[in-house]
Every structure is written in structure tokens, then in C-alpha cells.
Design a binder for this molecule. Sequence first.
Ligand code: 5AD
Length: 362
Amino acid sequence: MSFLDVLADKLTADAELTPDDLKNILQLEGEETLRRLYALAYEVKTRYVGRKVYLRGLIEVSNICAKDCYYCGIRRSNRNTRRFRMSLEEILNEARWSFEHDYGSIVMQSGEIQSPEYADFIEQAITGIKELSGGKLGLTLSLGEQTEETYRRWFDAGAHRYLLRIETSTPEFYSTLHPADHSFSARIECLKTLRRIGYQTGTGVMIGLPGQTIDHLVGDLLFFREMDIDMIGMGPYIVHNETPLANRMPEFSAEKQVTMGLKMIAAARLFLKDVNIASTTALQALHPRGRELGLLAGANVIMPNVTDTQYRPSYQLYQNKPAINENSEQSRLALEKSIANIGETIAYGEWGDPRHFFNRGQ
Ligand code: 5AD
């Protein structure tokens, strides 16, 4: 029997996958083999979370960032990016647009800004979003590391999900991707705090980083399980020329990055089953049908950009970010078409909470 036959039997029997299984999955190769892998993951997705796609309208609130991550285009040291912060009114307009188009949920994302003024500003935005939608719009935050007090204030104001990627779960590898004052353990503490406060908690990693091994990625999947994570947002690493990491990846293959990204999505779905998994923009940046391929490999969430076109060019975490000239309506129509093409439906108007959040501890 081939490894995939054994895997299929395990899934039918609802048996736990082992670290070796995960490693084998990530090492699979060949078009036909991978097609079977994605089909297995799709079956598990169908069984545990269904075939609906949940939307989170993504508002890129600000690219001002205190961090200096070696891979990221909006790192503090990049002087060639025009820095912006949206006004409260702009944020509310984009939230209203998302609400009126039945997006169900939105995400506010920004560079990391830790200041009392920013905490107040975000709190006002949360309150405003809740008001304009009569509490109906779901709200995720992705605003980096903050104090427990800030996380609590934002939760009390009405945010109920938080995304904070660990980027890699291997501390020694983390330290090669960040300056010495970026603390791995502080990030872990943040994830624990978020969970304790009651947020539906999401994390994720970059895939295909220079120096990253299959064992690192297996470790990442085990980390998601160990932290009892509800939502996963992970995608391929993409070079940004104005960052230090660009030199460490002289040979960049979009195809390899996409394949490893899809294998990780499939492995996460097969291993964790009832979590929400995003098909991320980075996949779309490397492949015209990247987001659809992500859905077919086990993802169930898409985050369409609803940021005003004037700001999109300044929020480039990596090069060739897609849709920077496209307005929100064009993004929406393109997405509808591509999702219908793969036979799935958009869950308009639904929050689409991760099942795992309610199944935790059972
Ligand atoms: N390639 C891919 N993803 C990136 N991110 C930052 N820079 C890059 C890059 N060069 C991801 C990080 C971060 C998220 C907002 O974007 O994982 O957490």
C-alpha cells in the first residue's frame, strides 16, 4: 500500500496523524500524488467544516510599524514606503461597504503600533463598526503584539477574533528572521493571553523561507495543535527586494512556493480538521488561481481586500501583491466568479466562526 492509501484508511478510521505522517505529507511529490492529497484534505474539509467560503473584508489600517522583521516590506527601516494611517471615517466607510455587501466579517490589520493613542483610536473604530452594523459585523484584529490591557479593551469593545502569526514555531529559526530585540517568547505569551481573554485565536507561519526545513514545518503543525489554535493564516514567503532576507534567497521559484503552501494547507486540514484555514493573498500573488487552489486543498476562508485603492500600493509586505489597482467592487466580482467556478458558495452574511472554538476541550 502506498503512503496515501494508509493515510486514507487512517482518515476513514478517524485516527490521529503522527509527526511522521505530517513529514511524509510534506514530502509528497508529483502532480497525480498531490492531486490525491488535496482531494483527501478536501474530503476532510467537507466533513468537518463544509464547502462554504467565509469572507473577511480586509482593511489595511496603517503601514506604520515599530518592528523590523527581515522579510517584511513595511519594516521600520524601509524608507521607500510612504507611511499612512487611515482616518476613523475611512475605516468606518470600508466597514460599512463590507457590511452592505454582506461580508459577514472584517479584519482590521496594521503594522505594530504600541501607544495609548493608537489603542484609543482602535477602540473607537471597533465601537463604530459595531454601531454601524447593529453588532452584526464580525470583527477580527491583526494588530500585532499588545499589552494584556489593550487586548482586553479591544475585546470588551467588541472584537472577538485575533490573528497573530508566530511566523515560525522554532525559536532558533525565529531569531534568524528578526532583530535580537524581537522576542519569540513574548509572542507566545501574547497568543496565550488572547486565548485566555476569550478571543478566537489565530496564528500562522510563512512557508518556504530561506533556511526553513521540512522539520520546521512539521513543528509548526504540531505547534498549532499544542496551542489549540482556532484559525490558521499561513502562506508562502515572497521576496521583497528592500528587505535583508532578499539576499538569502537568490533562486526564488514561485511554483515551489505555491506547492509547499498548498501541502501545508492540506496537512493542516488533515491534522487539525475543524479549524478555519485562510487561503491567503500570498498564494494569489504567486499563482493566478492561487486562492482557489488553496480552497481545493482544504482552506475555507478568504480575506478580500476592501482597502481604498489609494493606500494599497503602500501596504506591500512582499512584491507583486495582487489587486493593488483594483477597487473593492472589482475584487468582489472577481472572487464571486472564481468561487462559483470551483463549485463552492460564499457564505454571505455569516460570521463563520471556527467550529474548533466551540469544540475546544471536548
Ligand atoms: N512574504 C510573505 N508573507 C509575508 N508577511 C510579511 N512579509 C512577508 C513576505 N515577504 C506576512 C507575515 C505577517 C503577515 C501580515 O504577512 O507572516 O505576519
